[in-house]
Design a protein around this ligand. Structure first.
Ligand code: ZN
Length: 462
């Protein structure tokens, strides 16, 4: 009898050892493609940021150590499909490379979800969410979540950058909305201590977004605004709230940073018939310009001003009544600028962030005061002297005779018929010569690599 007990104990001990042994060496969390599928489906189902529809398809690639699941919604459009496939390929490649660097033997999984949305008939938005898992104590643990977004023009098939899709004030608008949205939607315990940093109005934030027919959806990486356990957060702003921040037609334009670009600027408007003629010409050639408007003309010539803004032209501040700002007190300068911004807002729905001081006259005080009104100052590099010569041929020549126009800023005035006539020569000629016409903020962005800084004075590039 004693012998029996001893044998039983030995057997139990062996069983225990065998069990422990398998637990140590059998580290696979899922043992076949069926089990991986189940795991991947659960992971995909957890997601909140995309609303998958019935037209989604998932590919599973099971491997003992490194498996992938890729979900796509079925979307028409060759360009967007190509872009999506290429980006997903990159993600898969870099994940495989990363695993090789890690050098351990743990099981890993990469779950990729992607969705496409239409933005009118102009562009398509693509978002790709990547979740990576690693095995820990025989469980798959979420290691990282990342979201990438892309906007592609249906007309050119090229990617559209945020600065091309939005006016420069979009971050300010989104930031304001976000402050309100997150305090209302999340309890203070869920929000990180420094969450406001991630919704501040700066270059780092609001770069991940999707445009749909009804809204702009912004995404925030995990662990930024809220606790990591909340994952990626999204915020939907109804399109009507963002209208003033979205460029109307520029969305069709694609700016190639490697090709020469030039900014045409018109001062002293809005300018009635002559300006309307300039706008006709810009529109015909798919070009844009920057208009520096005087506040006291906004009421009388609101129609052309509104049209310029609608066309995706940039609107700047050129003071209320064209004084020499350097001769004024700080208080008077502020008054000139603020009244003008109010008038421009009233008419166009946008508030300028760029100012050209009348006569190009400035001082430290002037530039600083412009900065205190959340604007930067800009001068010019080619003075056509259109106001002086009032001669279309001479105006055209002043542009044509300048050797390299890349990065240059042309100064004209939209209140003269002769300038309109000259523009009808200059704009097509620039197009023929291969110059891209861009707005002032775009020129600064592409030539300095940074968005324009408030309180700075810009005049030439490089
Ligand atoms: Zn002027």
């Amino acid at each position: 009898m004693k012998k029996f007990w001893i044998i039983l104990i030995i057997l139990l001990a062996l069983c225990g050892m065998f069990y422990a042994f398998t637990r140590i060496y059998d580290t696979d969390v899922y043992k076949n493609s069926e089990e991986f599928r189940e795991f991947a489906d659960n992971s995909l189902a957890e997601e909140q940021f995309f609303t998958p529809d019935e037209y989604t398809q998932t590919e599973y690639e099971y491997d003992k150590k490194l498996s992938f699941a890729i979900r796509k919604d079925q979307y028409s459009g060759e360009d967007i499909s190509k872009l999506r496939d290429n980006r997903i390929k990159d993600i898969v490649k870099s994940f495989i490379a990363k695993q090789a660097v890690e050098g351990d033997d743990r099981t890993r999984a990469c779950i990729i979800d992607s969705t496409v949305r239409d933005w009118d008939n102009e562009a398509q938005s693509l978002a790709i969410c990547v979740k990576t898992y690693v095995e820990q104590d025989r469980e798959m643990v979420l290691e990282d979540t990342d979201i990438k977004t892309f906007l592609i023009s249906l007309q050119t098939g090229e990617e559209i950058k945020p600065i091309q899709a939005f006016n420069i004030n979009y971050r300010a608008k989104a930031s304001k909305f976000a402050a309100d949205y997150f305090t209302k939607t999340y309890s203070p315990e869920v929000l990180n201590e420094d969450w406001e940093k991630y919704i501040a109005d700066n270059d780092e934030n609001f770069n991940k977004f999707m445009m749909t027919d009804s809204a702009v959806i912004f995404y925030f990486d995990e662990g930024t605004v809220a606790d990591e356990s909340e994952g990626i957060l999204s915020m939907t702003i109804p399109r009507r709230n963002m209208l003033q921040a979205i460029r109307p037609l520029v969305i069709d334009r694609y700016i190639d940073p490697d090709k020469p670009m030039i900014a045409i600027t018109y001062d002293d408007g809005p300018g009635g018939a002559s300006e309307a003629r300039i706008l006709d010409c810009l529109e015909k050639h798919g070009s844009v310009a920057t208009f520096f408007y005087m506040g006291n003309r906004m009421e009388g010539f609101g129609e052309t001003a509104r049209r310029a803004a609608q066309m995706g032209c940039e609107i700047g501040n050129h003071s209320w009544s064209h004084p020499q700002l350097s001769l004024l007190s700080k208080k008077k300068i502020k008054e000139q600028l603020e009244k003008t911004n109010d008038a421009i807002y009233e008419v166009t729905g946008t508030v300028p962030d760029v100012c050209r001081p009348p006569y190009g006259d400035y001082s430290d005080k002037v530039v600083k005061t412009i900065g205190s009104e959340d604007m930067y100052a800009v001068l010019w590099t080619i003075d056509t002297l259109d106001w002086k010569t009032r001669n279309p041929k001479k105006i055209f020549k002043s542009v044509k005779n300048t050797k390299n126009l890349d990065g240059k800023i042309i100064l004209m005035h939209s209140i003269y018929d002769e300038t309109a006539k000259a523009s009808e020569k200059i704009i097509p000629w620039l197009e023929e010569q291969g110059y891209q016409t861009v707005t002032i903020s775009e020129l600064i962005k592409y030539k300095t690599g940074k968005t324009p800084q408030e309180g700075k004075l810009y005049r030439s590039f490089p």
